[in-house]
Each structure stands twice: as structure tokens, then as C-alpha cells.
Design a protein around this ligand. Structure first.
Ligand code: CUA
Length: 325
């Protein structure tokens, strides 16, 4: 418990505060979030001006009438109320409504040629590239400078897809596909988070969008399409055997082996992922072993049961999974 708690803290430090991983809609990195940030500042500006004006008038009112003097309606009082209390608020509210509607229209899904399917699960993200024939989890690699169409749905309850620096939120609804899009202006790692309460581990349902320059993205796809080489030594052979002969394959897929489970994340390239447990832990040899042995300590309630492996089998299994990059 202590070890997994320590690993958890390390994970939070590693994933939470990095410069490029901040989850702020006010640090836009895409055309969509730039529009949202502009709207935010516009609304903030109007609301701040109104707040200051109202507070100013209140202070002026308090100072103007000496204590003890009876209240009298000032000349032009009615006109002031009509202009200041009805006309100006109506114009401001209308302006804010028009700006909001304009932004909503400007955020509609643009034409594009790259589609990625994302399925929400309690509590992780299944990611499929249908045309490329590859699958991953809790991480979405995209090329920079291109709009990426997302098809969002859920396998269980309602989740919400949110990468604040790349676009607004969109729900993942069971039995229904919502179309959405993201784009990244420049390479980087952008943290996303489930934004709809979806159960015990809702807070541990994060993910990363990794934006790569187009040529690096192409290389990433090609590398994911190539089959893995056979295990290079006896420990890795043993690790693969533990994986395919034990319970792992009931829930997980590793392409090229007879493990074809679909309950849990596809592990074909688990070795190259940034995190384990949908952003719960950084992905290292130690945390991987800890996760296999006791994922219920790090993320109570997740679907992965406790495994009972000998230390040698556990080491071999984690070593094998780490080679799957
Ligand atoms: Cu999924 Cu909250």
C-alpha cells in the first residue's frame, strides 16, 4: 500500500505539473481552443467592467448622502434606471449571446481525412485508428496542423472527452456516436480528463494527446503496424508465456499472439505508453510490476483483478510488456 501510494505521488508529480501538460483552456494550442479562450476573455472583460461599474455606483451612492438626511429621488432618476438597469444590461447580454453563438458555430467539425474512434470505459479510454488498423489506450497520437475527427461513444456510462488546450468538451454516450474534433498547432503532450462524473475512479480517467510533426506521426503509425519481433531472450519468452497462458489474455489483446481479450486496454504497444491506469501512474518497470500485482491499491474498483504470480514470473511478464513498444 505504502509503495503504491509513493508511486502515486511520483505519478502525480510527473504528470500534473509539467509545462506542456497543464490542463488550461486559457493556454490554447489549437484553433478551436483559441476561439474558446477568446470568448472566455471577452466574457470576463464584460463581466468585470459591469462588476466594477456597479460597485463604483454603490460606493458613490453611499458617499453621496450624508447620514441622517432623508432620501430624495435625484433629477433624471427614472431615466438613469431605464438606461442603466434595462437598456445597457439588455445590450450587454445580447452581445454576449451573439459572441457565444458565433463561437459555437465556428467550432463545428471541419472537413478532414483522419478519423480516430474513442470509446469511454469505466475508467479508461479505448482508442482506435480504423483506417490504419491500430489500437491503443489512454493516449491519442495525432499529427500537428491537421484537424482530427473523433467518433466518441461509451461502453458503459456517460463520460466526457476534454482536452482543454485542444477543444471544449464532448460527451461519450452509450449506444450513440458523437462527432467531435481536435487539432494541435504545435508538437506537444496535452493532458485530457474525463469531465463527466462516471463512478468511483472518475478522477483517474485521464489521458494524453501526443501531437507529433507529420513525418514523426507517419513513422509512429508505421511502427505500430509492424508486428513485434519474437522475444529476444529467455526471460522475455517466459514473460510472453505468462501473459498468454495466464488470465491476462482473457481481457487484453496483444496483436501477433493468441491474446485477443477486449475487456481491458489493448496492450500491443503498452511499453511505449506514458502512463498506466489512465494517467494513474507513470509507466516504468517498477510501476508496471506494481500495477500487475496490486492495481486495486493504486486505483480501487478498477476491473483488473489481483494477480498471483511468483516474483520471477512477475518480473518476466513486466519485462516482456515493456518490450511491446
Ligand atoms: Cu469517465 Cu468520468
Amino acid at each position: 500500500m505504502l509503495r503504491s501510494s509513493a508511486a502515486l505521488v511520483v505519478g502525480m508529480l510527473a504528470s500534473g505539473c509539467g509545462g506542456s501538460s497543464i490542463q488550461s483552456a486559457l493556454h490554447p494550442a489549437s484553433p478551436a481552443s483559441a476561439k474558446i479562450a477568446w470568448l472566455w476573455w471577452f466574457l470576463f472583460g464584460i463581466c468585470s467592467a459591469v462588476f466594477l461599474a456597479v460597485m463604483g455606483l454603490m460606493v458613490a451612492g453611499l458617499l453621496r448622502r450624508p447620514p441622517g438626511e432623508p432620501y430624495t429621488v435625484p433629477p433624471n432618476g427614472t431615466r438613469f434606471v431605464v438606461v442603466g438597469g434595462i437598456l445597457i444590461p439588455a445590450v450587454l447580454l445580447l452581445t454576449m449571446l451573439v459572441a457565444s453563438l458565433q463561437t459555437t458555430v465556428a467550432l463545428k467539425v471541419p472537413a478532414n481525412d483522419l478519423t480516430i474512434q474513442v470509446v469511454g470505459h469505466q475508467w479508461w479510454w479505448e482508442v482506435r485508428y480504423p483506417r490504419e488498423g491500430i489500437a491503443t489506450a489512454n493516449e491519442i497520437e495525432i499529427p500537428t496542423g491537421r484537424t482530427v475527427r473523433l467518433e466518441l461513444t461509451s461502453a458503459d456510462v456517460i463520460h466526457s472527452f476534454w482536452v482543454p488546450r485542444l477543444n471544449g468538451k464532448m460527451d461519450l454516450v452509450p449506444g450513440h456516436t458523437n462527432t467531435f474534433w481536435i487539432a494541435a498547432d504545435r508538437p506537444g503532450t496535452y493532458r485530457g480528463q474525463c469531465a463527466e462524473y462516471c463512478g468511483l475512479q472518475h478522477a483517474h480517467m485521464s489521458f494524453y494527446v501526443v501531437a507529433l510533426p507529420p513525418e514523426e506521426y507517419r513513422a509512429w503509425v508505421e511502427a505500430r503496424q509492424r508486428p513485434h519481433p519474437p522475444p529476444a531472450n529467455r526471460e522475455l519468452v517466459r514473460g510472453r508465456q505468462v501473459f498468454t497462458s495466464g488470465g491476462c489474455k482473457t481481457c487484453h489483446t496483444v496483436r501477433g499472439t493468441d491474446a485477443t481479450g477486449t475487456v481491458g486496454p489493448d496492450l500491443t504497444h503498452v511499453g511505449s505508453r506514458l502512463t498506466l491506469g489512465a494517467g494513474t501512474l507513470p509507466n516504468t518497470a517498477g510501476t508496471l510490476r506494481g500495477w500487475i500485482e496490486g492495481s486495486q491499491s493504486a486505483k480501487p474498483g478498477n476491473r483488473m483483478p489481483r494477480t498471483y504470480l511468483s516474483p520471477d514470473d512477475l518480473h518476466a511478464l513486466a519485462a516482456y510488456l515493456q518490450t511491446l513498444d
